[in-house]
Write a protein that binds this ligand. Sequence first.
Ligand code: ZN
Length: 460
Amino acid sequence: MSVKVSISDCFDGGNIKFIRREQNEQDADTVDIILHIKPDVYTVLEKIGHMQYFSFRSTISGLDGSQKVRYVLENAEAVSYPDAWPGTTICYSTNVEDSDSWKRNLDTYYMAGKLQWEHVHEKNGSTFFSYFPPYSYGRHLNLVSKCGDYANVESVGQTVDGREIELVTVGEGKLTCWITHRQHPGETMAEYYAEGVLTRLLGLDTEGKVDEQVQRILSLYTFYIVPCMCLDGVVRGHLRTNGCGANLNREWTTKRFYEAPTLERSPEVYHVLNKMDETGVDCFLDIHGDEELPFNFLSGAELVPNWDKRMESLHGAFAAAYARANSDMQTKYGYPPADTRERVLEYMNVATNQVANRFNCLGLTLEMPFKDCLTNKDPERGWSPKRSRELGASVLAPLEYIHPYLRAEGEFWTSLPASDAYVPPTNDYKAELKDNKEFVPLKKRFYSDVYELRKPKEDN
Ligand SMILES: [Zn+2]
């Protein structure tokens, strides 16, 4: 058969390297396409070339009938979080521009260090495959352009590669709420979340008309929203770093001899933190995606120097209100809290820790899954752009609920219901898995972001 399979990542946010084509050993009708994920620019602080995000286009020609192709990511074991692969289902679509067209390949499997899946191509033309539906720089520019019709959009500075770092400001309230998205560019769900927040706050799809809750929120808060922190990484198809290899979520303060943030290495954080110092912060949300856990969850600033009953109560009440507002959020599963204050001091370069402590305010990292969301399963689509947008739109409910307490004097928590109490999350979700054949429990847990600070301390 003379079917041609051509692989390309040369589009906004693409990432893959074609290695070779082979005849499948078991099946004469299947062609194997062997691929490698490309690493980000090397990260000096963590001494690693991060990688895991991939997104590519496969173009078929010369087809008479159908062609089964097995795609093999041969270097999957060498990624930043290999233990996240079991339970992963990759996304595919024939229309890269339509964020709601993506479906999951339910037969994705991880074996012998390789991530693999088979796809039957029924006709000539292109199919896109991606770790999570991509969110392109073009889509980002479209979003900030629409925001400009209803809010102040300014550039706070430029990235290493020279892109504008946009800040959207809206609202007249006394309380200052900062929301940053996509410090890690491969966590594309984070910018779909931003789209959800901004669409609702600004009425982007209703010609600027907003609902009553939004009107109340805009009188309580002034919002400072960064839809995308790591624009260079977006275009380059990176997992975690900017144009010169900086993991932005480790750049929020100097760590030992590693100075941060700096204009040369991490202007994205440098400019945003400067602006925060100007405006002050009463509430901070940092939006991410987690490769491993099949849940949405919040991770706080537990045990930073300013952490006390007040901060703990704000965290608990916000998380409980969010879970009441949207059943895709839950409070039981997540990163277990840190066990010592000494350990946390080593991670003050993480945005949530730095901002919560610096401004003595509520600070939360929000994580969404790359996989399916086990609290409301949808194997066909998994966690999706649509539900990421909806989770963003519904954040206004916990923000409204928490506002009287953010800067309250005295022991406000004594008047809150018991259901608002802070619950330390657990990482043991095996009970949830019993009815979920598509998820394989792992012996070893490994987390994409700040979990490393909650592990028992190792000498190194
Ligand atoms: Zn992240």
